[in-house]
Ligand binder design. Structure first.
Ligand code: TPP
Ligand code: MG
Length: 1012
């Protein structure tokens, strides 16, 4: 029987042009196969088939205008097929989701039963001096204790929740708190014990501590300017060691490896461990922070500088937490899309408590919980100090972080007190000890650790007779030994174990430590700890003794490193532990296979003229991506990343075609489900729709752009954003992307100061190319025509994803619609597009006076129009150059100039700018939709008079025409400036310029746009 395929609901669009037929009569098609591409003035969308069978006739042709309900195809399908018509995609998704939820619920039930069996024996104590009826309180508490004892924690929790609900219903406004008392989350009896040899582990840790400090002190003794940090690692050594010995699995041929983000300035400790592991030698340690000669060790984790060692740049505080969250999310994305296996890999991120004040640190924690990233573990090293002083002198950072993370839905594990406290807390029958713990502020905690046991006895335990009594049998030395959780390997192990097993939410371990632990008077818990990088002889001897490092006084004096013999128990142990965990960490390797760049002809449609049809380069890009999605090598690897601007850029067609990634699929039928570009969320969706979150989108882009090393799979991330909210907004992340050697495309859409018209000052970008130029491995282009974009994009694919070059591309696209010419046949055109400029047109009728006109992006067309006026009305000839990248031209210019200056006797090289313009006639006038500095970049590489024009100043809203007039980059101003320059060069009389100024109503006394 016969079926008809009609144009579906295409939203607000009517009479939309068919630009491509993807099928022909006689073809067999399946459900969802694309059949035609239609294009409005904003976007192009493929129409998928909703029927299957053999095509009898195609009822439209390219160029036809179609609307909803128009006939596209007649299809013959058999009866049996019809009876088995598959369930529509949305319905199918909803069924799947429902099934998944049912399964999840069953799982939850099982977990809670388990927990109930695991009963805990505790007596609940609370002290409150405002208690008006202590006896009644006691009754309630005893009842609760009985419930805990009889039916377990879960039951107690349930009853408390019911009580609170009841109170709310009865009108009581009970203050809400996310906080638990200032004690460890895991009670001693629930701690999972390490099977490690604690004595050896302590000895190893002590050596690492020593060597890390020695490395910094030695470097600064030699060159005091080098700097470095001892105090941070001193506080975190146990946190790292437990992970290294027991938890973090390395990447090898059987396993993808855990991903660990090390706190930036704890790098010395990571090098010191690598030294014991035999991965670095003494010579290398002695090259800490001396990297100019190859082989030095970078100050902080920098993959660009140590590409076989460091994986993640973290030292710009706040970036590590965000990058780690999006890394964990991206790992799930790859798993859900079936691109990598689910091996239970984890992302661990080590963060400073001071660092948590960066808005970026906490800014994305909601996403981590929402997406149930149970592959993510944060460890916040709460040494209570940052650089200048306490993080929260008057408060408690641990409690504050607990509230924020728990509120966001994280699993929170506080590791505050070490094992020596266990018995004291157990004996705190009156609850006064916990009360002091709760009341004491961080400033006091810090001060205590800068003093001694007697001070702690007086200032801490001395607050109540009950607590004084509690420690009466302890000596001051014993009191001093009461350790903090983050320095206790047992507590840390238990926390890591629990975190590793947690399901359904991310975990944060908030560990209390001491900054400069073991450094004594100079560096321990004092406000100057952070910057202590020199230790005198007494400090060094103290440090040695504190950690029992087997060095003589003389060796200490020489600040010698200590590495036990290869056959020693320590070295054997450390290696054995790592071998058991699959290898060493950190280590950066890449085994991904390159992606074959698509055949050149895939972009051929962009090399012919669009004729009458006008389109923006943004639209051309979307068309190109739609085409790329048909390339079987490239398609699955494309990762379109959009921060809530898909409709702005005409990309809504992607929603249906490749789906929006959503870890839970789509639990609702979207409002626009009947439409062609309905908002389709899917567990295997390909688009990362990040919401209004440029920093998050950029973090996703980095995760995808480094998947080749972190997951051994080459991906092609394409992040499309308003160019103004690109580098300017997330410049530091872009810098980290360069350091990470991320590969992929950044697309600054709606770019240029004058193309965006109405949006005004905060939207009009006239400088992103300049910021892009600051990143050494960022290759940037400002194309005007669709064939330029095609050539640039394909070369980007080839260089980055086939040849594995560690660069990334920044391409600006505009939203101005115009027709695009055919690609010039000149063989040098393609080379020129890629190197940064090529001659696009020449006016040569009069052969008297000539000018070289350079235009970039949106302004090239103004330049072409100006050239026509100059020719037709003033008999001025010109050569017009399309400059696709002033940045690339400058890179070549500086390199050639440098070579020539350093090789005076040798044959001198010629820059590409010189090659193009060296032998041309007349002065040069260059303009772009960016600040003059953009085109000024190539001024030094021409030996000619050079004038640059641009859009310096704040943007503002108005029509495109008025804006170009305001910034003096419209064709009229270009004519005037051109004539004036020729007059200045004494090639024509000045009267022409004067006349033109009058003719075009140009005010010579108008203030500079920068001042308006
Ligand atoms: C964005 C940013 N701002 C400032 C710094 C300089 N800086 C380096 S470490 C540090 C203090 C860190 O304190 P914290 O996060 O508590 O780490 P700790 O050393 O105490 O473990 C500062 C201000 C930086 N690296 N990055
Ligand atoms: Mg700190």
């Amino acid at each position: 029987m016969s079926d008809k395929l009609l144009v579906p609901d295409i939203g607000d669009f009517d009479k939309v042009e068919v630009i491509e037929l993807l099928v022909k009569a006689g073809d067999q098609i399946n459900l969802n196969d694309p059949v035609v591409t239609i294009e409005s003035d904003k976007s192009s969308i493929e129409i998928p088939s909703t029927v299957f069978g053999k095509i009898e006739s195609v009822n439209v042709k390219v160029g036809d205008k179609v609307s909803k309900g128009d006939l596209l195809l007649n299809i013959s399908s058999s009866k049996e097929d019809l009876s088995e018509k598959p369930i529509p995609r949305d319905t199918e998704n909803i069924i799947k989701q429902a099934e998944a939820v049912l399964k999840d619920e069953k799982k939850e039930e099982a977990i809670s039963l388990e927990n109930t069996e695991n009963k805990k024996q505790t007596t609940i104590q609370v002290i409150n001096k405002n208690d008006i009826d202590p006896l009644e309180t006691q009754d309630w508490l005893e009842s609760l204790s009985a419930v805990v004892e009889k039916d377990g924690n879960q039951r107690a929790h349930f009853l408390i929740k019911e009580l609170i609900n009841k109170a709310y219903r009865e009108g009581a406004n009970i203050p809400y708190t996310q906080n638990t008392p200032y004690i460890n989350t895991i009670p001693p009896e629930a701690e999972v014990k390490s099977n490690g040899d604690q004595n050896i582990e302590r000895r190893i840790r002590s050596l690492i501590r020593w060597n890390a400090a020695a490395m910094v002190v030695r470097a600064n003794k030699k060159f005091p300017e080098l700097g470095g940090h001892i105090g941070t690692f001193a506080s975190a050594a146990t946190l790292y060691d437990v992970g290294m010995n027991h938890f973090w699995r390395a990447k090898n041929n059987k396993f993808g490896g855990d991903l660990v983000y090390f706190q930036g300035h704890s790098a010395p400790g990571i090098y010191a461990r690598a030294f014991l592991e035999g991965r670095l030698n003494e010579k290398q340690l002695d090259r800490f922070r001396q990297e100019v000669k190859p082989g030095g060790l970078s100050s902080y984790p920098h993959p660009w500088l140590m590409p076989k060692f460091w994986q993640f740049p973290t030292v710009s505080m706040g970036l590590g937490p965000m990058l780690a969250i999006y890394q964990a999310r991206y790992m799930k994305y790859l798993i859900n899309r079936g691109l990598i296996k689910d091996e239970g890999r984890k992302v661990w991120a080590f963060l400073g408590d001071g660092e948590m004040d960066e808005p970026e640190s906490l800014g994305a924690i909601g996403l981590a919980a929402r997406e149930k990233l149970d592959n993510l573990i944060f460890v916040v090293n709460c040494n209570l100090q940052r650089l200048d002083g306490p993080v929260r002198g008057n408060g408690k950072i641990i409690q504050e972080l607990e509230g924020s993370f728990r509120g966001a839905g994280w699993n929170v594990i506080k590791v505050i007190w070490g094992s020596y406290w266990d018995s004291l807390i157990a004996n705190d029958k009156t609850g006064h000890l916990v009360k002091i713990m709760n009341e004491t502020v961080d400033g006091e905690y810090q001060a205590m650790k800068a003093r001694d046991g007697a001070y702690v006895r007086e200032k801490f335990f001395g607050k109540y007779p009950e607590t004084q009594e509690l420690v009466s049998s302890l000596s001051d030395k014993d009191i001093w030994r009461l350790n903090r959780g983050g320095h206790d390997p047992h507590k840390v192990y238990a926390a890591y174990d629990k975190a590793s097993k947690n399901q359904g939410s991310p975990t944060v371990i908030i560990a209390k430590t001491i900054k400069g632990y073991g450094m004594g008077k100079t560096g321990e818990s004092v406000n100057t700890s952070h910057q202590t990088k020199k230790l005198d002889m007494d400090d060094l001897l103290y440090y040695r003794d504190r950690f029992d490092v087997p060095l003589t006084d003389k060796q200490v004096k020489n600040i010698e490193y200590f590495k036990p013999d290869e056959k020693s128990l320590e070295i054997k142990y450390i290696k054995e532990k790592r071998m058991k965990l699959g290898g060493f960490l950190p280590e950066r390797t890449t085994y991904s296979k390159p992606i074959k760049a698509p055949a050149k002809d895939i972009f051929d449609f962009m090399k012919v003229s669009t004729g009458e049809k006008e389109m923006s380069t943004t639209m051309a890009l979307v068309r190109m991506l739609t085409n790329l999605l048909r390339d079987k090598n490239v398609s699955p690897r494309l990762v379109p990343i959009i921060p809530d601007e898909a409709r702005t850029f005409g990309m809504e067609g992607f929603f249906q075609k490749i789906g929006i990634y959503a870890h839970e699929g789509q639990k609702y039928e979207p409002e626009d489900s009947a439409q062609l570009s309905s908002y389709r969320e899917d567990k295997t969706g390909q688009v990362l729709e990040e919401g209004i979150n440029e920093a998050g989108a950029m973090s996703s882009w980095i995760a995808a752009g480094t998947a080749y090393t972190n997951h051994d799979i080459e991906m092609i991330p394409i992040y499309i954003f308003y160019s103004m909210f690109g580098f300017q907004r997330v410049g530091d992340l872009a810098w980290a992307a360069g350091d990470s050697q991320a590969r992929g495309f950044l697309i600054g859409a709606t770019a240029g100061r004058t193309t965006l018209a109405g949006e005004g000052l905060q939207h009009q970008d006239g400088h992103s190319h300049l910021i892009a130029s600051t990143i050494p491995n960022c290759v940037s282009y400002d194309p005007t025509f669709h064939y330029e974009l095609a050539v640039i994009f394909r070369e980007g694919l080839r260089r980055m994803h086939e040849k594995n070059e560690n660069v990334f591309y920044y391409i600006t696209t505009m939203n101005e619609n115009y027709s695009h010419p055919e690609m010039p046949k000149d063989k040098k055109c393609e080379e020129g597009i890629l190197k940064g400029m090529y001659k696009i047109k020449e006016f040569n009728r009069y052969k008297k006076t000539k000018i070289q006109l350079l235009g970039s992006g949106a302004i090239l067309r103004e330049m072409m129009a100006a050239a026509e006026i100059l020719q037709n009305q003033y008999q001025i000839d010109s050569e017009i150059w399309s400059v696709t990248s002033f940045n690339e031209l400058r890179k070549d210019g500086i390199e050639v100039e440098r070579y020539n200056l350093l090789n005076p006797g040798k044959e001198q090289k010629i820059s590409f700018v010189e090659e193009c313009l060296g032998k041309t006639e007349g002065p040069i006038m260059a303009a772009s939709d960016y600040m003059r500095m953009n085109s000024d970049q190539i001024r030094p590489y021409t030996n000619k008079s050079f004038y640059s024009l641009g859009t310096d100043g704040y943007g503002r809203s108005d029509t495109r025409k008025n804006l170009r007039n305001f910034f003096e980059v419209d064709k009229e101003h270009l004519v005037v400036y051109g004539l004036s320059e020729l007059a200045k060069e004494q090639l024509i009389a000045s009267k022409y310029a004067k006349e033109a100024i009058k003719k075009y109503n140009i005010d010579g006394n108008k203030p500079m746009p920068t001042k308006l």
